[in-house]
Design a protein around this ligand. Structure first.
Ligand code: AP5
Ligand code: MG
Ligand code: ZN
Length: 224
């Protein structure tokens, strides 16, 4: 646990950069709630809700779910009691509109984003990682057939759930998601750099090493 202040930390990075992997590793260590917009949308789909149906129609094409829907879902989620110490945001915001809406909502409560960790990975490596990813149907923990296989093939180490490949991890849809990232999400790098909040982390290194660098960056910024 670090600092007494409620911390709002954003993990920014392309599809496959390791946001979900790292958030799972470090959120508990830092006492932050891990909030992943993509995981929330997949949960809504699994439950068969209207929101899930709307989200699916965009996700299966590799497109972003409209800002209005996404912002409403996340602002509702970060108001929950388990976010009292702070949150680690994974996959949100990913448009300028989402970033501004988040800043405004936090400012209304006298809060702010403390820092944005940008996990940088080359395109080639991103596509390689996505093609080998399997995730848990139950808790959404990400595995990788090359880098991080589960102990029992096809089963989640954490909860025993069944592993499956995300339908949007096919080569074609993954490439579309990367295009969308470059046009719609990359502008956030400049937005948060100008705000003095961006810290770049080399995401090409091994999973543990990247995790250590992320934790160190947070500790430097906000104190132990
Ligand atoms: P989302 O679920 O957020 O997907 P994403 O951003 O495309 O990111 P990924 O989950 O693919 O990548 P990751 O960075 O989490 O990588 P991971 O840790 O799994 O979004 C899905 C969809 O939902 C979007 O396309 C959109 O439709 C919608 N959506 C979500 N948020 C939205 C928003 N804010 N607005 C609008 N729409 C939204 O790692 C990938 C693989 O690499 C794994 O196999 C892992 O084991 C491996 N790996 C990780 N780190 C390393 C490492 N250091 N070395 C080697 N392998 C590694
Ligand atoms: Mg993810
Ligand atoms: Zn699981």
């Amino acid at each position: 646990m670090i600092s007494g202040e409620q911390l709002y930390v954003i993990l920014l990075g392309a599809p496959g950069a390791g946001k979900g992997t790292q958030a799972a590793l470090i959120s508990q260590r830092l006492g932050l709630a891990h909030i992943a917009s993509g995981d929330l949308f997949r949960q809504e789909q699994a439950s068969g809700s209207e929101l899930g149906k709307v989200a699916k129609s965009y996700m299966e094409k590799g497109l972003l779910v409209p800002d209005e829907v996404t912002v409403k879902m996340i602002l509702g989620r970060i108001a929950a009691p388990d976010c009292a110490q702070g949150v680690l945001l994974d996959g949100f915001p990913r448009t300028l509109e989402q970033a501004k809406a988040l800043d405004e909502a936090l400012a209304e409560e006298g809060k702010r984003i403390n820092m944005v960790l940008y996990i940088k990975v080359s395109n080639e490596e991103l596509l390689r990682r996505l093609s080998g990813r399997w995730i848990c149907r139950n808790c959404q923990a990400p595995y990788n057939i090359v880098e991080l296989p589960s102990k029992v093939p096809g089963k989640c180490d954490a909860c025993g759930g069944e592993l499956y490949q995300r339908p949007d991890d096919t080569a074609e849809t993954a490439r579309k998601r990367l295009d969308v990232y470059f046009t719609q999400t990359m502008p956030l790098i400049e937005y948060y750099t100008k705000a003095g909040k961006l810290v770049e982390i080399d995401g090409e290194k091994g999973i543990e090493e990247v995790g250590e660098e992320l934790v160190a960056a947070i500790e430097v910024r906000v104190g132990k």
